[in-house]
Design a protein around this ligand. Structure first.
Ligand code: ATP
Ligand code: MG
Length: 452
């Protein structure tokens, strides 16, 4: 038995009882057990290990998905839980630094724990007997808040190049340190890390980005050399100095912006990349101070390319690219309502909260202090005023549409597109113009002018 007592949800206990009837053991392993000792919740994701083979498990439970059957993993759906059950195994011969050449099922839990990455992840709790297995003193390392490889770090990293990145991810997520020997072995693991699939890199990178202080993980990545492989496009930002209000070089500014963003993937990614194009855009102004004209476009392109390489989903890539490309505007109280409407129209309603969050994070990371809330509050209230007035902010809000213009004899295609845009400009400037008669009148005039 362990202390503090480990509460096993009834759905999970039922799985263990079933497997026990079949003569098999069932162990809680991985994050759920680690987080139990940390007093943290682990949500509904519980990893189990069992001496039962995948085929046996598939036969015993009605709702099982063969998620990784080749590597001995199946997922049992049990109430709110998605339970990954991995058959006890040892792995041999990692000739490619990614996957073991051979997986052999074993009966001994201690042998299974020996193939796991870190001591804090190499503990097991057998559900029916209540026996606790901790052959590598994982609990002691948790107490010391240390991430330590099971066995020789260099050998373990050579087997699977993802492990160094996982070490940094756990350090960032849990606020732990990486034990000296484990940390020292990371730089030499770069070559194996390079071979890791982009999808696996992405999952760990996202967890770093969503951790309480992503900058601590990003700095560890930079210091150990992993960042140059994961995100080579950020390298020029180190040492790229800015003048004026900026206290930090571009890369530190990006790290701090990520820290200051709400923990949502799109926002943290946008924060991390929003000025990545500054080194490329850098030029010298007439008075010798640096300028960065157009850096938002370059940054957006850089972010999209990096995310594409890491196989992020396309809608997230577009969202992040859009936020970054729109982050440069200099709002002040002299802005007219028309200017506010134009901003809303350009950014689009759904992206507005994200853009404002990005601006707040950017402001916070410029001086390294909390931003003056007035920096965005005033714009926010102006935006809600404009939205509240129900003015036309997009082509679909216009009092006329393509069919109306076609009736005027305007050909569909780019010319019509240009006229609709011009009508929208007019209405953004002056919402009173948004009536069918006025717009048809203006359209006819524009057409005459351009001979459309
Ligand atoms: P979380 O679920 O919070 O991300 P976790 O520790 O459960 O953390 P998983 O990726 O779910 O991480 O893996 C479950 C367990 O499998 C780990 O705790 C570890 O014991 C083992 N493991 C996962 N990935 C590796 C790896 N690359 N090398 C060795 N063991 C691993
Ligand atoms: Mg897990």
């Amino acid at each position: 038995m362990i202390f503090p007592p480990f509460h096993i949800p009834k759905e999970i206990r039922r799985i263990a009882v079933r497997l026990r009837e079949a003569g098999k053991d069932t162990y809680v392993v991985g994050g759920a057990l680690r987080d139990h000792f940390l007093g943290r919740s682990h949500g509904n994701d519980i990893d189990l290990a069992s001496s039962a083979e995948p085929g046996t498990i598939m036969g015993l439970f009605p709702r099982v998905v063969p998620t990784g059957i080749k590597h001995g993993t199946v997922t049992i759906l049990a109430g709110p839980y998605q339970v990954e059950v991995t058959t006890l195994r040892k792995e041999e011969g990692y000739s490619d630094g990614r996957r073991p050449d051979r997986v052999e099922y074993v009966d001994d839990i201690v042998e299974d724990l020996g193939r796991r990455d870190f001591t804090m992840n190499a503990m097991a709790y057998e559900i029916i007997s209540g026996r606790f297995y901790d052959p590598f003193q994982g609990r002691e390392d948790i107490r010391k808040r240390l991430i330590r490889c099971v066995g020789d770090p260099s050998l373990r990293f050579a087997e699977d190049g993802l492990r160094p990145l996982r070490a940094v991810r756990f350090a960032s997520q849990l606020g732990f340190s990486i034990e000296a020997g484990t940390l020292a072995a990371i730089p030499a693991a770069k070559q194996v890390f390079e071979k890791v699939s982009p999808e696996r890199m992405r999952e760990e990178f996202l967890k770093i980005l969503l951790s309480p202080s992503p900058s601590s993980g990003l700095r560890l990545l930079e210091d150990t050399g992993l960042l140059s492989i994961l995100l080579p496009e950020l390298a020029p930002a180190r040492g790229c100095l800015q003048k004026g209000l900026h206290k930090f070089d571009v890369l530190d500014h990006l790290y701090f912006s990520a820290d200051a963003s709400p923990p949502e993937a799109a926002l943290r990614l946008a924060a991390l990349f929003h000025d990545a194009g500054k080194p490329e855009a850098k030029a010298e102004g007439p008075d010798g101070t640096p300028t960065f004209h157009g850096h938002e476009t370059i940054s957006s392109r850089i972010a999209k390319a990096a995310m594409k390489r890491l196989r992020f989903p396309n809608d997230l890539i577009d969202e992040v690219g859009h936020l970054i490309s729109q982050h440069m505007f200099n709002y002040d109280e002299t802005w007219t309502d028309a200017a506010v409407r134009r901003l809303v129209s350009r950014v689009g309603r759904p992206a507005l909260p994200g853009l404002l969050a990005l601006r707040r994070a950017d402001a916070a990371a410029t001086l390294g202090t909390s931003p003056d809330p007035r920096s965005t509050e005033s714009l926010e209230s102006r935006i809600s005023e404009v939205l509240g007035r129900d003015s036309a902010l997009g082509l679909k809000d216009l009092a006329v549409d393509g069919d109306d213009l076609a009736e005027l004899g305007i050909a569909r295609g780019p010319a019509m597109g240009r006229i609709l845009k011009e009508l929208l400009e007019t209405v953004l400037d002056d919402p009173e113009q948004n009536t069918r008669d006025r717009l048809l009148d203006i359209a006819a005039k524009v057409r005459a002018k351009h001979g459309a």
